[in-house]
Ligand binder design. Structure first.
Ligand code: AMP
Length: 650
């Protein structure tokens, strides 16, 4: 292994503040501080330049930014195709023969798969023809319910190629969750697999997919043979991927898409019981995905980039698919568990492929901390150059462990704040500029503007906390609507009026440079092991169990997962609480949402604290599980319930 370079240096004045080393500054795409001021002076002009330089357009746009509150458009009348940008344009250069995806299967004795950009191009073209053959047209919705196998990127890019709107559903979500999303999106075709590996076991995904298709408009199901396990195939509806691909033509002309045509819908949790279909549109999303990938991770031709996010989440869409591929980068993809066969699997993968840039979640870092530093120590991780985190606030201890034990004290940590709604990263330090400070994400990406407001809408001073908002011009990759639910879209622009996109995140202004510390969600959305879950969705799931009358779910802090759901459950008369019932409730949650949503603790209670109008006071339950002062209980209909609950919570 080559001699590792020290990419960061310690601030001589402040402990645990780091800056890029001269080597990093020299190498980085961006290392001149003035980029922030230049971009802020005229963000629209800034993005115009980035859009022209980063993306191949079939036709240039007429108008860069149009704002008709609460809607905005970018690159109006520009024409492009994202699969063309991820593939075709690389066919004319040496990148054609470079590894696009290195795929590591979970079974350690199974061989890896390497797809060059040309391989990926050919497969995407073929699958685009398959989709067309199944009757999929521009604007149709295609469900994708696949594990982390290269077919997932192939399917997404094939949709993008023909202008179909993909709707990827996390493969660990239940069939019922899939069904809900397919119904809302009115999907025509579903792409799934027989199964996948999880900690050495074969998981039957097809059985869940069958449940998910029931009662939806899906007419055709394409099934990837991943494990070869025995699955049910429905005559006339289900077809094997490999059989359809055998006769598919190897070129499919990319559809000419309008910049504001929908590229994909991705469902995410909000504060109500129903997930919302966040819409991302073609041109703006492509521009933000391309430039944030390139600049945040400072990617070069020789890099091997590994983003561990599952494709079912926005991080997977932007940084395990579109961003790296548009940048022509070699991307690593791993099928499954970090601790199989041993807790050093990830580190062994980094060593095996010489991963240079690694992007993961704080919850994973904390899990590895718990397993012990002996596991990463077994491996030579000197290839690493840049480390990234995303998904939730990172605590100082985890940041420092990641920095020293994984990065060897040499690699900057790029803590990226963003959301499903924002399409790409928005607040983080840039590798060539810094500073890198534990728990502080950094500054707004050049050309984007954020503020932190108090309850009345006044910006807070340095050192103070408030609510994070984005100011116009809204970043190009931001959501354009909520699928068939404009009312929910409008909510983002209602808290502080149409001039502010409200993030629902708490934040603190860190310093005069503009650095921001994010402090977590301020609404009823939890981040459990980095996964976004709605308390209302979980409450609906639990309440739909036959033994339950009423339920309230609140998030409680957790050492490894960041937050975990605690369920307060009132049972029907005559039903006794028992361990068996708890198990049954878990099974019910698995089947309704998926195992990621399982309550960490279920507390049975005869009554919940309520206002006189009958509303459950979640604020009180939250304080109870966090061991915080309860505050005013005078508005409660049943204040005595609080004392009883205190004893139950313990
Ligand atoms: P999702 O839409 O699933 O990506 O979740 C978005 C939410 O994750 C944000 O609203 C934040 O609460 C949280 N989040 C994402 N990245 C970070 C980060 N780097 N620091 C703090 N919170 C984060």
């Amino acid at each position: 292994m080559f001699k590792p370079i020290t990419w960061v240096k310690k601030d001589p004045e402040k402990n645990n503040v780091f800056w890029p080393s001269d080597e990093l500054k020299k190498r980085a795409w961006v290392s001149d501080e003035s980029i922030y001021a230049e971009a802020t002076k005229d963000p629209v002009a800034f993005w115009t330049k980035l859009a022209s330089e980063g993306i191949n357009w079939f036709k240039k746009w007429d108008e860069t930014y149009r704002w008709e509150p609460p809607y905005y458009k970018w690159f109006v009348n520009g024409k492009l195709n994202v699969s063309y940008n991820a593939l075709d344009r690389h066919m004319k250069s040496w990148i054609r023969n470079k590894a696009a995806i290195i795929w590591e299967p979970e079974p350690p004795d199974e061989k890896e798969r390497v797809l060059t950009y040309f391989d990926l191009y050919r497969e995407v073209n073929k699958f685009a023809n398959v989709l067309k053959g199944l009757g999929v047209k521009k604007g149709d919705r295609v469900g994708i319910y696949l594990p982390m196998i290269p077919e997932v990127q192939i399917a997404m890019l094939a949709c993008a190629r023909i202008g179909a709107i993909h709707n990827v559903v996390f493969s660990a979500f239940s069939g019922k969750s899939l069904q809900e999303r397919m119904l809302d999106a009115e999907a025509k075709v579903l792409v799934t697999a027989d199964g996948y590996y999880r900690r050495g076991k074969q998981i039957n995904l097809k059985a869940e997919a069958d449940r998910g298709v029931e009662g939806t408009p899906i007419q055709k199901v394409v099934v990837v043979k991943r494990t070869g396990m025995d699955v049910n195939m429905v005559e006339g509806r289900d077809q094997w991927w490999h059989e359809l691909m055998k006769n598919a033509g190897n070129y499919c002309k990319p559809e000419v898409m309008e910049s504001e045509d929908i590229l994909f819908i991705l469902y995410t949790s909000g504060t109500t019981g129903k997930p919302k279909g966040v819409e991302h549109h073609t041109g703006g999303y492509a521009v933000q995905a391309y430039w944030t990938t390139k600049w945040d991770f400072d990617l070069r031709d020789e890099d091997v980039f590994w983003c561990t996010a599952d494709i079912g989440w926005i991080t997977g869409h932007t940084y395990s698919c579109y961003g790296p591929l548009m940048c022509g980068v070699t991307m690593l993809e791993y099928e499954s568990s970090p601790d199989y066969p041993q807790p050093d699997r990830w580190w062994s993968i980094i060593e095996k492929y010489g991963v240079t840039v690694f992007y993961t979640a704080p919850t994973a870092i904390r899990m590895f901390m718990q397993w012990g530093e002996e596991w990463p120590k077994k491996h030579n991780l000197n290839s690493l150059r840049i480390l990234g985190t995303v998904g939730e606030p990172i605590n100082e201890e985890a940041w420092l462990w990641y920095f020293y034990k994984i990065g060897g004290g040499r690699c900057p940590i790029i803590d990226t704040w963003w959301q499903t709604e924002t399409g790409g990263t928005l607040i983080n330090a840039l590798p060539g500029i810094g500073p890198f400070i534990p728990t502080v994400a950094g500054r707004s990406f050049p050309g984007t503007l954020h503020d932190i407001l108090d309850e009345s809408g006044n910006p807070v001073p340095v050192g103070e906390g408030g609510y994070l908002v984005q100011k116009p011009p809204f970043a190009p990759g931001m959501l354009r609507d909520i699928w068939r639910n404009p009312e929910r879209y409008k909510e983002y622009f209602s808290a502080y009026g149409e001039k502010f996109y409200y993030t629902s995140d708490g934040a603190r202004r860190w310093d005069k440079l503009g650095d921001i510390r994010l402090t977590g969600r301020v609404d009823d959305v939890m981040k459990v092991a980095g996964h976004r879950l709605s308390t209302a969705e979980l409450e609906n799931a639990i309440t739909s169990h036959e033994a339950v009358v009423e339920c309230a779910v609140v998030a409680s802090p957790h050492e490894i997962k960041g937050e975990v759901p605690i369920a307060f459950v009132t049972l029907k008369g005559g039903v006794e609480p028992s361990d068996e019932l708890v198990k049954d409730l878990m099974k019910h949650v698995d089947a309704t949402i998926g195992p990621t949503a399982r309550p960490h603790r279920t507390i049975f209670t005869e009554e919940l604290p309520k206002t006189r109008s009958g509303k459950i006071m979640r604020r009180i339950l939250k304080s109870l599980v966090r061991d915080e002062p309860i505050g005013d209980t005078t508005t409660l209909m049943n204040p005595e319930s609080v004392e009883r609950l205190k004893k139950l919570v313990g």
